[in-house]
Every structure is written in C-alpha cells, then in structure tokens.
Ligand binder design. Structure first.
Ligand SMILES: [Mn+2]
Length: 430
C-alpha cells in the first residue's frame, strides 16, 4: 500500500507529538484478528486490519502489532512485529509472510522496558489491561496526526475517485424506469472493480422513490418508476482508501419544476460550502451556514416559514436536513473525523446532529454533503409537529412524504487556496 520511504517519513513526522503525549509509556498498536462466523465453521468475517495499524504499516496483517518507544530515537523508536505464517495459511489461503520482526520477539522488546506502562491502540485482544481515559487521550492525538493526508494517501484517494466515477457512469447508463435498485448497485460496483477498485468503501446506497428518504438505505429489488428520485451514495475503495459520493437523479424523465428547484437548492448549498472550505474555516460554522441556506431555500419554496436564522436556532432545519454537512474521508469512510484536540461537544441545539467539529487545515480530505429529505418518521412525529407548528407549512410538507429526498456529496482536498474537488468529474445533472 505504501513504500518504505513513505512510511518512514510518516512515522518520523508523528513521533514528536506522540512522544509528548505518551511520556514514558510504550505504545502498542494492534491490527486485530479475524472474527470467526458464529456457525463455528472455518470461515471468518472479511478481515480489515484496524485503520490505526494500517496507517502505521500499510499492512493488512492479522495479529500484527506496531510498537513505539517514545524514549528511543529516530527509526529505532518504531518496530513492527508480525505473526509467523503457518503452513495451513500457505496451503489454504496462499498467503506470504508479512514483513517485520516475528511476534515472539515482542516479549523481549517489552521485557527490556518492563517498568514502563503500555498503551494499547488499534484492536487489542480483550484481555489486555486498559486505562480507558488514557487510551482515549492517546487515540485522539494519533487521530489528529492522521488528519492531514500525505501525497501517497491523496494518490490512493484520487484512484478511488477515478473508480467511483466509472461506477457512476455505468449506473447512469443503466438508469431507466423498470430497473431495480439492486441492478443499479450491481452495475455500479462492477464498474468500480473493472476500473481497478479493491471493492466498495462502504455499503452502497441506492434508494428510489420513498426509499431515497432513508439515509443508509440498502438497495432492494424495488423497481424504479418514471419521474421519481433515485439517490445514490457510494464510493470505491482502492487498498484501504475510499471516496464517499452522492448524486440524486430523476428516473427517465425531465425533473418537474419542484424537483429541479430542490436539486438546484441543494447544489447551491453544496457549492457555497465548498467555496468556504479554506484552511482555518470552522466546520461547525460551515454547517450552520449551510443550514441557514437550506432553511432560506425552503422558505422560498413554500415549505418553511419564519426567518431562516431563527429556524436554525430552534433546530427546525433538522426536520429536512437531519445530518451533518460532512466528515473526513480517506482511510475509511469516516477516517479521522470527530473533534479538534481538547474540544468538547458544542452545546448549541442547532449543532446537536454534528459529529465533526474542527477547523480545516491543508491536506485534509473532507466530504461536503448537504441534503434535503422528506423522512416520514421526522415529519409525522407528533412532538416535532407541535414544537415546530409555526415553522413549517405542514400541508405542503405532508404532501411530499414518499418523494424521498435530494443529496449531493463530493470529496475535497483542502489546499492553501481554493479546495480541490477530487470527485468533480462525476456529473451532477439530475
Ligand atoms: Mn458521507
């Protein structure tokens, strides 16, 4: 996944901050082990090494452990221990030996430092002693260090973006009334892989008609009807690096004026937010600005009423925009998202749904994904209808239940200037 020089530079870059956080504690980062299927067969769930381990080694080595001694200097501070390949793995799986020092030598490494506390990250076995607060603190430090992507990581995201584009083109070519969500998923995912992808970045979402209102919808055998929305949220994976892209189309017909206006509104919110993605920009500010723009657009479309800022202050926008504006993406679909170091959850109600709270910095790869949904569970909830009685033209909102929703999502690389849209080549026309 990464060549030696790339990994060496990465480990040297993060060592000072990790050392400062660890003090004299040792760090062990575990790849984790395959999980057997409960049926007690010889099969396991598909194995992916813990992303912390992958970041430090570029390996998918089950049972592998990276050790870091903050008091040692230079490249000797890091050592990668790997299990010895068994004969059965050679015979049944055709695997080869992972590079590194064989795992039994970790015992010596630890004995030479026996007086020192150990922090376990990645996926340690359950029997390791853990200090949850200390673990969480060190994990936050490593997570923050992982946020700016190096050139090798960005190159993998670019490859994932190209494969994702091929998948969306194939889906577009098969999009017509009479096909099923599942058929579209198959065509898209096959095209990801034909273009060189390792697989999908996450479970592909293809939701048509009312299913477009389910945020994490699993494609079904539902047949697409002419003139309805189909919402596709999917991305290819290359090695462990993924894209996360959403497009919303109208099936086999020109959009109605309302569909066109709704799609145009989401697109404008996306473009405005993208233009604001500069180093130093606070993600929660971008989210709130997007929420105000959505509320304002919904007032204009005759769905909400009042002042957009007040609606957002009261969190009425979450009736239609219940999710966050985006998250970091790359090594996994949520990558190193979360909050900036030392930051606790912002108590403002309007930010309740936001899980990412950090200032952007050069090298971050982030999604921007505004959406407007008509979700029955939210719109039919008596408590919300009462609380937001004066915020919504309820008769109009009720009439839209069943029409799904619109979301548009791209992945950006934050630069010193305007962001680079890594997924810009995927057309957005509804
Ligand atoms: Mn996303």
């Amino acid at each position: 996944m990464f060549d030696h020089a790339v990994l060496e530079a990465r480990l040297q870059r993060i060592a000072p901050a990790l050392s400062a956080a660890l003090g004299d504690s040792l760090l062990l980062v575990h790849a984790g082990l395959p999980v057997p299927l409960p049926e007690n067969t010889d099969q396991t769930y598909p194995f992916l090494a813990h992303s912390e381990y992958v970041y430090l080694t570029g390996l998918e080595c089950a049972g592998g452990i990276v050790a870091f001694d903050p008091l040692a200097s230079g490249s000797s501070a890091w050592q990668s221990f790997v299990p010895e390949l068994t004969e059965s793995e050679r015979i049944w799986e055709g695997r080869s030996q992972c590079p590194g020092t064989l795992l039994p030598h970790l015992t010596d490494w630890l004995q030479q430092r026996s007086s020192r506390p150990v922090v376990h990250l990645g996926a340690p076995p359950a029997d390791r002693p853990a200090d949850p607060a200390r673990l969480a603190a060190i994990r936050e430090v490593l997570k923050h260090l992982r946020r700016p992507k190096d050139a090798a990581e960005v190159a993998l995201v670019r490859r994932a973006a190209a494969c994702t584009g091929a998948g969306y083109a194939a889906l577009r070519a098969h999009l017509r009334p009479g096909v099923t969500e599942r058929a579209l998923q198959i065509e898209m995912e096959a095209a990801f892989c034909r273009a060189g992808a390792t697989g999908t970045g996450y479970g592909s979402i293809v939701g048509s008609g009312p299913n477009a209102a389910v945020l994490h919808f699993d494609p079904s055998h539902r047949i697409l009807q002419q003139g309805e929305f189909v919402l596709v949220d999917a991305g290819a994976r290359v090695d462990r690096y993924v894209c996360d892209v959403t497009r919303t189309y109208v099936v086999g017909a020109a959009p109605t004026p309302f569909q066109r206006d709704l799609h145009q509104l989401v697109l404008e919110v996306e473009e405005t937010a993208i233009a604001r993605c500069r180093p130093g920009a606070e993600w929660k500010d971008l989210h709130l600005q997007a929420a105000v723009q959505i509320a304002s657009g919904l007032i204009h479309l005759g769905l909400m009423r009042g002042r957009a800022e007040d609606l957002v202050e009261r969190e009425a926008h979450t009736l239609f925009f219940p999710h966050g504006l985006g998250h970091l993406v790359g090594l996994g679909v949520r990558d190193a998202s979360g909050t900036a170091p030392g930051r606790t959850k912002d108590p403002r109600p309007s930010l309740r749904t936001l899980r990412t709270d950090l200032p952007l910095a050069e090298g971050y790869v982030i999604t921007v994904e505004p959406g407007i949904y008509f979700i029955p569970t939210l719109l039919e909830d008596p408590a919300r209808r009462e609380r937001f009685a004066d915020c919504v033209h309820w008769d109009r909102a009720d009439a839209l239940i069943g029409t799904g929703g619109v979301r548009i999502e791209d992945n950006l690389l934050i630069t010193s200037g305007a962001p680079e849209i890594l997924t810009a080549a995927i057309p957005k026309t509804p």
